[in-house]
Design a protein around this ligand. Structure first.
Ligand SMILES: Cc1ncc(COP(=O)(O)O)c(C=O)c1O
Length: 395
């Protein structure tokens, strides 16, 4: 038996010498290993065998109550724990929703630029995806109405708060207008809210939390959320907020009946992190760090790349940048970025075909830059590398 190897493998490796602005995960220094250890110690202190039993299908009632209490404490509004269903993260929640509520070939409507890995899941489920045009405030209600008049859709997928990749948050008025159109057409909305608690515009560190779409329309919206962006993605714990009849379908599904509720052990640990107040303290600290990182990247881009066009973010992990004349997915740009040791996520990744053919193509000069992963000095270095690559491309 050899010595225990201390490191574990993760989804993305670390490349020395490269500033990776493409990845969308929290940096190592934002992952609170000690907080999780202490929560796990408290969760296991009583050696309760039920911790190791198949879990209740909707998730432990105490955990659901704790999640509702967290949302209220964070200024995210009240939520009946009976409207919550615990999942192993938002990605798995989307997988379950697609498995149970849509059929292959169904039409799904999305923003012109949307979370690329939701698009990957729509492909896995053989769905027909169409982008609905929008403006700086998000999807346009009139364009959604046009898309639905043109034909029925099974689902509208939105990232309503601090969106990936655009950073856009739907204002309450826009939320209500979109919901009204969806309700008129009997359209189910999946609102992917994983960045909802990351707002950092308020210097007191208590971010403003946009209203949840699931609260705006209790009957038509399934709100997906998780602790991935506010605690740790490796815990694989999230929840769906939605109407009882939809939750019943989820709890009655074969996978839940066979395997029981999702991640009951991790759920018990997260419950401790919430009830002790440790998660709220962590979120406050995280918001401060995100604000600092956002300022570092936005400031460096403004001075290094004055021609870059982007809106500053007030939450989330991303800036959505347009560099005139640079197609980051093109061969020349890819080579230049490689030479200068910087990675970005090309805008084309996030584009679905558009209902009016203006969506996807217009994003070609866009790129998504993540400010959550690196500390400020690395972000400034990344902006300088991007500027050097852009200068080379213009020569
Ligand atoms: C919009 C959006 N939804 C879902 C996820 C993944 O969430 P989870 O880790 O809870 O599966 C991400 C992660 O990047 C995301 O940006």
């Amino acid at each position: 038996v050899g010595e225990r190897v201390p490191s574990i493998s993760t989804q993305h490796g670390r490349d020395a010498g490269i500033v990776d602005l493409a990845r969308g995960d929290p940096g190592r220094d934002l992952l609170p290993a000690a907080l999780v250890r202490e929560a796990a110690e408290r969760a296991t202190a009583a050696c309760d065998p039920d911790l190791l039993q198949y879990g209740h299908e909707a998730g432990d009632a105490n955990l659901r109550a704790a999640i509702a209490a967290l949302l209220e404490r964070e200024g995210a509004g009240t939520c009946d724990p009976e409207r919550l269903f615990v999942t192993a993260g938002a990605s798995l929640a989307l997988h379950l929703v697609l498995t149970l509520f849509v059929e292959p070939g169904d039409r799904v409507l999305v923003d012109a630029a949307t979370y690329h890995l939701a698009l990957a899941q729509f492909r896995d489920h053989r769905l027909w995806v169409e982008a609905v045009p929008g403006d700086a405030g998000g999807m346009h209600p009139a364009a959604l109405e046009d898309a639905l008049r043109a034909g029925p859709a099974a689902l509208l997928y939105l990232v309503p708060a601090f969106a990936n990749p655009t950073g856009v948050t739907l204002a309450p008025e826009r939320q209500r207008e979109l919901v009204a159109v969806a309700e008129r057409h009997g359209l189910r909305i999946v609102a992917d809210e994983v960045y909802r608690l990351t707002g950092f515009s308020d210097p007191s560190s208590h971010g403003t939390v946009p209203p949840s779409l699931a609260a705006v329309s209790e009957g038509h919206v399934l709100g997906l959320n998780s602790v991935s962006k506010i605690l740790s993605p490796g815990l694989r714990l999230g929840w769906i907020e939605g109407p009882g009849r939809d939750l019943e379908r989820l709890t009655g599904s074969g996978v839940l009946r066979s395997g029981g509720g999702m991640n009951p052990f991790t759920g018990a640990v997260v419950r401790e992190a919430i009830e002790s107040g440790a998660l709220s303290l962590h979120i406050a600290r995280l918001r401060g760090q995100l604000r600092e990182r956002h300022e570092a990247l936005a400031g460096a881009l403004r001075s290094e790349l004055p021609e870059a066009d982007f809106a500053t973010a007030s939450g989330g992990y991303f800036l959505w940048l347009r560099l005139p004349g640079v197609d980051p997915a093109g061969e020349r740009a890819r080579a230049a970025l490689r030479r200068h040791g910087v990675r970005v996520a090309p805008g084309a990744l996030f584009a679905a075909a558009s209902t009016d053919d203006t969506g996807g193509g217009g994003e070609r000069e866009r790129m998504r830059l993540c400010f959550a992963h690196h500390h400020p000095a690395a972000l400034r270095d990344g902006a300088a590398r991007l500027a050097a690559a852009a200068a080379e491309l213009r020569r």
